[in-house]
Design a binder for this molecule. Structure first.
Ligand SMILES: NC(=O)c1ccc[n+]([C@@H]2O[C@H](COP(=O)([O-])OP(=O)(O)OC[C@H]3O[C@@H](n4cnc5c(N)ncnc54)[C@H](OP(=O)(O)O)[C@@H]3O)[C@@H](O)[C@H]2O)c1
Length: 337
């Protein structure tokens, strides 16, 4: 395993983070515990969950699985989605955050959360209120560091400005969707996060399994896979994934995997590890065998030629004004002719 400090913080995390969204869902408790054991045995320390995963079940299983070795783990969880029917059981208000943090601590069976993440921006609550509640949790010893997930550039900057203005805790990380298939973060969110010194913790590094090489353009998704089971509202439906650009990426990953004698999953995750600002992709799995495969993504490097090939086949389509500004930047760097 390799290790890195998370963004501008001094918190050291393993370069792969274990995702627990499948715990209590596709993976029963025994399978989930086997994954935690496998991850820790491989040197993994960084574990990500959320109160909403299985409506608290993932936190409960994770808490039981790390009991007895809590000190070895950097435990991350999240708050924002509805945990009850009440109007204040959702969101990033002081009222909900304080209640949600205590509930997460109870389910996790621990006294502290290492990284408490805002699961998505809340357009109803002033960011000062959210950060002030989080700062109190840090001062009370319940939380060590704070991070965000599913924020765009101006959300990150709003949080940074509010923290600076009022002397509140600053975000240290951002958890966005990021993979060879989903690179739109590179337009603005990634550069914003980097300029603020946030460590990126990409979710869905395998595009919900698409980049494992197990899907085929000529047939639909095999039964018993996340993509086959996705309902129409999910980000991972077959209709969304079955696109010419995605198949070209899948084929390029397969070709590099053969050359490098690695699995497609290992290639896709290794590519992410080379991207600017990426601290630790979150590897999720249904079974321990999948996790073992994914853990093989660290400890080696793609060649620069292989990286460039993957960059080229997956580059996000030019979008105004980002393409216009990038062109302007290139001419600035070249200087007047
Ligand atoms: N912040 C957020 O909004 C957010 C959103 C989503 C996830 N997350 C976090 O990110 C973590 C990872 O997300 P994700 O589960 O979507 O990641 P992913 O790596 O893109 O997809 C994981 C899924 O791909 C399949 N898979 C994984 N490794 C495989 C392998 N080696 N061979 C074959 N199939 C394999 C499994 O599904 P099947 O076996 O069903 O095909 C597995 O559940 C989650 O656990 C959670 O902690 C955060």
């Amino acid at each position: 395993m390799e290790y890195v400090t998370l963004g501008r913080s001094g918190l050291v995390v393993s370069r792969l983070c274990l995702g627990t969204m499948t715990f209590g869902r596709e993976a029963d408790e025994a399978a989930s515990r086997a994954m935690v054991d496998c991850f820790v045995d491989a040197g993994g320390t960084f574990v990500d969950t959320a109160d909403i995963y299985g409506s608290g079940v993932s936190e409960e299983i994770t808490g039981r699985a790390i009991a007895g070795r809590r000190d070895e783990i950097v435990l991350a969880t999240k708050v924002r989605w509805a945990m009850g029917p009440g109007r204040n059981d959702i969101g990033l208000s002081r009222r909900h955050i304080v209640a949600a943090c205590d509930a997460s601590l109870r389910r996790l069976g621990t006294d502290w959360i290492d990284l408490y993440q805002l699961h998505m921006w809340d357009g109803l609550t002033p960011v000062e209120e959210t950060l002030s509640a989080l700062t109190d949790l840090v001062r009370a010893g319940k939380v060590r560091y704070i991070g965000a997930s599913n924020f765009v550039g101006w959300h990150l900057l709003s949080a940074e400005l509010a923290a600076a203005r009022h002397g509140l805790e600053r975000l240290v990380s951002l958890q966005p969707q990021y993979s060879l298939i989903e690179r739109r973060l590179e337009y603005e969110i990634g550069p914003a996060a980097q300029s603020l010194g946030l460590g990126l913790i990409p979710w869905a590094p395998l595009a919900q399994g698409m980049l494992t090489g197990k899907y085929d353009r000529s047939s639909g998704p095999a039964a018993g896979t996340r993509i086959a089971e996705a309902d129409a509202s999910a980000v991972e439906t077959w209709e969304r994934r079955d696109a010419e650009r995605n198949w070209r990426i899948v084929e390029a990953v397969g070709a590099v995997a053969e050359e490098a004698r690695r699995s497609p999953s290992q290639v896709a995750i290794n590519w992410l590890l080379t991207r600017p600002g990426v601290a630790a992709p979150i590897v999720g799995a249904r079974r321990v065998e999948q996790l073992e495969d994914n853990l093989g993504a660290v400890g080696w490097r793609l060649s620069s030629e292989q990286r460039e090939r993957l960059d080229a086949v997956s580059s996000p389509e030019p979008v105004h004004p980002y393409d216009f500004i990038a062109e302007g930047q290139r001419s600035l760097e070249a200087g007047p002719s």
